[in-house]
Design a protein around this ligand. Structure first.
Ligand code: NAP
Length: 290
């Protein structure tokens, strides 16, 4: 079992040490701002979680809550202010946004150097073509968990189920950068199971509870389950379910992330990691080893 909570705690502890190390000599702590539009309850939970984690590692947390009916131009004006604010080293606009607001216009407006979600086209381009960008948090977290479980990634068969811009595509790009042989599969792929059975590394990000069965998994494979699906248990209590049938997969996989407690905790920790990287670059400090 891959313990994502423990891995995330180790990463946060390392970040806290780095903030301390810079603290006495730097007049400015790393600052992370989160912009939330409206009052989506799930978004509010995420935003609170991010703020708590930011403060815990000694960084400065800033929240900007805008009303549901805010105009796109007012949101873009706030983004320009955050781009120019030297106390803000990284920021993100919490998704989803109201339908009136074009998400791509919002992402395009963020200074790529402060784009801690790693969604700006320049950062996407750098991930694919090489160079120093900021990498999306969830795939970065998955990669760190894979590295903890496997000595050598080069040459491994990696299969990524899902091709979204925030998980599947950057995950595939990261694994390719690690010299894996990468296959991306999706709803139009033929025989998903056959592809999965070849995988030494299987990353599943489909958003379909229990899609991947035990007999889809190669014995000994590293299985990373990104899925977060809301369900209920036999007593009607709310339950978080992964995309992999965990009980079946446990018997076959060499290492597997549970849901919850696997990828989820790494996502926020990697957001703080990106903030630290952005801070060091903006202040001309040496790249931190994290
Ligand atoms: P998404 O944008 O809906 O993309 C899902 C991808 O999976 C699509 O590429 C889709 O293929 C593919 N897919 C869906 N059902 C499939 C099926 N039956 N067979 C084959 N492919 C299928 O979702 P996402 O944003 O990538 O998120 C995926 C899951 O990860 C969700 O459960 C989400 O909640 C979770 N998530 C977790 C974290 C975390 O921190 N733990 C972060 C982000 C997301 P097509 O492109 O062909 O439609």
């Amino acid at each position: 079992m891959i313990d994502g909570r423990a891995a995330a705690a180790r990463l946060r502890a390392r970040l806290r040490d780095l903030v301390m190390e810079f603290g006495p000599t730097q007049d400015l702590a790393p600052g992370l701002a989160v912009v939330q539009v409206g009052d989506n309850p799930a978004s509010s939970v995420y935003v609170r979680g991010k703020a708590r984690a930011t403060v815990e590692v000694g960084m400065k947390s800033m929240e900007h809550k805008l009303p549901e009916d805010v105009s796109e131009s007012a949101l873009l004006a706030l983004i320009r202010r955050l781009n120019d604010d030297p106390a803000v080293h990284g920021f993100l606009v919490q998704l989803p946004l109201p339908a009136r607001i074009r998400p791509q216009a919002v992402v395009d407006a963020i200074d790529p150097a402060k784009d801690v979600d790693g969604f700006h086209p320049l950062n996407v381009g750098r991930l694919v073509s090489g160079g120093e960008g900021l990498v999306p948090c969830t795939p970065q977290g998955c990669l760190m968990l894979i590295r903890d479980s496997l000595d050598r990634l080069a040459g491994q068969e990696a299969v990524v189920l899902g091709r979204s811009n925030i998980v599947g595509k950057p995950m595939a790009a990261l694994l390719l950068r690690e010299d894996c042989t990468v296959t991306t599969i999706h709803t139009k792929s033929r025989d998903l199971a056959q592809h999965c059975r070849r995988a030494d590394i299987l990353v599943v990000a489909a958003g379909r509870a229990g899609l991947v069965r035990g007999d889809w998994i190669k014995p000994g494979a590293v299985v990373i389950d990104v899925g977060m699906n809301r369900g209920v248990d036999a007593d009607g209590k709310p339950l978080l379910l992964g995309d992999v049938d965990f009980d079946e997969a446990m018997d076959v996989a060499g290492a597997i992330t549970p849901v919850p407690g696997g990828v989820g905790p790494m996502t926020i920790a990697c957001l703080l990691r990106n903030t630290m990287i952005a801070y060091c670059r903006q202040r001309g400090l040496p790249a931190p080893e994290i």
